[in-house]
Design a protein. Structure first.
Length: 116
C-alpha cells in the first residue's frame, strides 16, 4: 500500500483533469486542488474560468467570499474582481488582478494547467 497519494499527471500540454464539466456552473464556485493550489472553477456567460483562490490583495481565501454576476468579492477587505477580465472593480484605483490559469473542457472533464 502506498504511503502517499500521487498527484494526477497532466496531459501532453500540462493540463490536469479536475471535475466533470457538469459540476461547474454559471456564477457558482467549484473548488478543486491542482498542483497543491486551491483553485476556483466557475463559468461566466458560458465561458470557463480557473482562478487562484489566494486573493491578490492580502492572500485571503477567495473561496470564502462571494460570487455574483461575474464579480468575485473577497470577504477580508471587500475587494471585488471581474472574473472575465481578472481586473479589480472595487476599489478601482489599485493594481491587483486575479491570478487565473489556463482551463479547458475536454471529454466532459474540466482540465486546468497550473502555472509553470
Ligand atoms: S485580502 Fe482580499 S481584499 Fe484584502
Amino acid at each position: 500500500m502506498p504511503l502517499f497519494k500521487r498527484a494526477p499527471a497532466g496531459d501532453a500540454e500540462g493540463y490536469v483533469a479536475t471535475v466533470p464539466a457538469a459540476a461547474v456552473t454559471e456564477d457558482e464556485m467549484t473548488i478543486v486542488r491542482v498542483a497543491g493550489k486551491k483553485v476556483i472553477l466557475t463559468r461566466r456567460a458560458g465561458r470557463l474560468y480557473a482562478i487562484d483562490s489566494a486573493c491578490p490583495h492580502g492572500a485571503a481565501d477567495l473561496s470564502e467570499g462571494s460570487l455574483r454576476r461575474g464579480r468575485l468579492c473577497c470577504h477580508e477587505h471587500d475587494y471585488c474582481f471581474d472574473v472575465a477580465t481578472g481586473l479589480l472593480v472595487w476599489p478601482d484605483d489599485e493594481p491587483y488582478r486575479l491570478r487565473r490559469y489556463d482551463v479547458k473542457e475536454e471529454d466532459g472533464v474540466v482540465k486546468v494547467r497550473p502555472a509553470r
